[in-house]
Design a protein around this ligand. Structure first.
Ligand SMILES: Nc1nc2c(ncn2[C@@H]2O[C@H](COP(=O)(O)OP(=O)(O)OP(=O)(O)O)[C@@H](O)[C@H]2O)c(=O)[nH]1
Length: 225
């Protein structure tokens, strides 16, 4: 078990949660994913072209959850079809670079995109990455916290380079998704909970139900893991 109380299990998957990474180019989305899924980091990271995803299996509240984390380019010209990227997503990490104020100023645009394409109940975490570069800081923690509170987002600062708070960022999103799923299950008063589709090796959770999500995940994109 990891320090956050979650670890890697090989056996049966209870749920599959799709989580998307968004934010401007070069804020560190791919490296956050690489750190979380493979515990690797590269300074020579190239811009993502199109879409890729990686998975990691974690334990949340004694349930085995396969986190399917999707990454796309921050740059408009490299981005894949937006609605397909967000379809079926139950969590999102909106990433900015703490040394580039402009990437923080663009966060409202990313939230707009989420609002127009993703489920209303999606769990959103605002992530200030590159916290290791404190001497180059251009966005204060206070400003980011205040903004996150105003918008009803979770907030954390991370360093993919130093592996600081990366586990916490993903784990917080996954456990909040799980809370919603279990709350829905209670409300529904049956074991179905949030709408779901049966998927090989687990149950794909959809907050509002979109049966296409599984098909898109399985056939439209090739995964890099
Ligand atoms: N110092 C520092 N550098 C980082 C960190 N995370 C990423 N980087 C560097 O920032 C650059 C961009 O990282 P990427 O992960 O490729 O950025 P991205 O957001 O995926 O970029 P796009 O694919 O273009 O959208 C690379 O040189 C990374 O090595 C971090 O936590 N600290």
């Amino acid at each position: 078990m990891g320090s956050n109380g979650f670890g890697e299990y090989d056996h049966r998957i209870d749920y599959v949660f799709k989580v998307v990474l968004i934010g401007d180019s070069a804020v560190g989305k791919s490296q956050l994913l690489s750190r979380f899924s493979r515990n690797e980091f590269s300074m020579e990271s190239k811009s993502t072209i199109g879409v890729e995803f990686q998975t990691r299996t974690v334990v949340v509240d004694r349930k085995t959850v396969k986190a399917q984390i999707w990454d796309t380019a921050g740059q408009e010209r490299y981005r894949a079809i937006t609605s397909a990227y967000y379809r079926g997503a139950v969590g999102a990490l909106v990433v900015y670079d703490i040394t580039q104020a402009q990437t923080f100023e663009h966060v409202p645009r990313w939230l707009e995109e989420l609002k127009s394409h993703a489920d209303n109940n999606i769990v959103i975490m605002l992530v200030g990455n590159k916290a290791d570069l404190a001497n180059l800081r251009d966005v204060s923690i206070e400003d980011a916290k205040e903004y996150a509170e105003k918008e009803g987002l979770f907030f954390i600062e991370t360093s993919a380079l130093e592996s600081t708070n990366v586990e916490s960022a993903f784990y917080t999103v996954l456990s909040e998704i799980y809370k919603i799923v279990s709350r829905k299950a209670l409300l529904d008063n049956n074991s179905q909970g949030a709408r779901s589709s049966s998927l090989q090796g687990g149950t794909q959770i959809m907050l509002s139900g979109n049966e296409d999500a599984v098909k898109v995940n399985k056939t439209t994109y090739c995964c890099s893991s």
